[in-house]
Design a protein around this ligand. Structure first.
Ligand code: FO1
Length: 305
């Protein structure tokens, strides 16, 4: 069994390649820091992005939501003068309705996520990092706000001073911790280290399990000493972390053994090695499924698989 830590659309691209190779031998631990209560519904974007990617239903161009979805629900909210900035699609809405109702009936997020994945024909296991609500909150120059409010409503514009992960009232699931403990290897997908991967590895149970995992390989979300998308780079810089593979290595040094880096970042190899991580050079732009499969294979090779 191979475990992948995933969050966001960057991660989903590698998940597609891993799933192609591993099918039922893949377990995903997905970020829950971006889960958001919206019009009484519990929306879990990273659980859904992972599920839809594996089911072949993700809108790849957007990187979230279901392909061929419509937005009548949102249009109606807008017409009624209610909040409509979070563009939850109509089909996507069905998933959130089911999830919210099952939660209200006492089922936990782990079993609900497995049920939805199974109903969509997914053979891999997808586990939320936690069953509890553990929101990623940003302290900004415009006040405290949830990640979705910062990212989607405010387009990542406020200046960020601090990020917290809601760890006081939440812990990692036993399924997530056990999956890492018994895995042949763990892959950290190319997600934003602050908002996608950070909230997963912040759970003590997960971090401890990662430190004794057989082998942990990460794929950099940063290419060419620049971060993947504008707000992500801005966020890292405002938190005092250079948005480079060297900055990333500093964040991952406790638990990652090897880091896949694009050859354009060859100069950073020495500094990555200096923090105790082995740099592995590989083209990591995941434009096509072939790219995703090639990078996924490389990760497994590094693990000796
Ligand atoms: N991202 C956007 O940029 N705008 C949206 O309106 C939006 C709606 C949305 C609805 C459901 C869902 O599962 C994800 C959605 N996302 C949207 C993506 C989401 O905000 C983030 O990309 C993730 O939370 C980070 O992984």
């Amino acid at each position: 069994m191979i475990v992948a830590l995933a969050g966001g659309s960057g991660s989903s691209k590698l998940l597609e390649g891993l799933y192609r190779i591993l099918r039922g031998s893949l377990t995903i631990i997905a970020n829950v820091g971006d889960n958001y209560w919206y019009h009484g519904l519990y929306v879990c974007p990273d659980l859904d992005i992972s599920t839809y990617a594996l089911a072949g239903k993700l809108d790849r161009a957007r990187g979230w939501g279901l392909k061929n979805d419509t937005f009548h629900f949102i249009s109606q909210l807008e017409e009624l003068g209610f909040e409509s900035w979070f563009k939850l699609g109509d089909r996507d809405l069905a998933i959130s309705v089911i999830r919210t109702n099952l939660l209200r009936r006492g089922r936990d997020l782990t079993s609900i996520t497995l049920l939805i994945a199974r109903r969509l024909g997914v053979k891999a296991r997808i586990h939320p990092a936690s069953n509890e609500h553990a929101p990623t909150i940003l302290e900004t120059d415009e006040g405290r706000m949830h990640l979705q409010e910062y990212w989607v409503k405010r387009r990542g514009q406020p200046r960020v001073r601090r990020v917290t992960y809601g760890l006081e009232s939440a812990e990692a699931t036993k399924e997530a911790v056990e999956a890492i403990r018994s895995a042949q290897g763990v892959i950290v997908c190319p997600g934003n280290p602050i908002t996608s991967i950070g909230p997963i590895v912040a759970f003590e149970g997960i971090r401890t399990a990662l430190k004794s995992a057989r082998k942990v390989v990460a794929v950099s979300p940063i290419i060419g000493q620049r971060a993947f998308s504008g707000p992500a780079a801005k966020l890292m810089q405002e938190l005092g972390v250079p948005s480079t593979v060297v900055g990333l290595s500093g964040l991952y040094r406790d638990f990652v053994d090897a880091l896949l880096i694009d050859p354009v970042d060859e100069d950073a190899g020495k500094q990555v090695r200096a923090v105790g991580i082995t740099p592995v050079f590989e083209r990591i732009t995941l434009g096509s499924l072939e790219d995703s499969v090639r990078v996924a294979r490389r990760c497994l090779e590094i693990m000796g698989l």
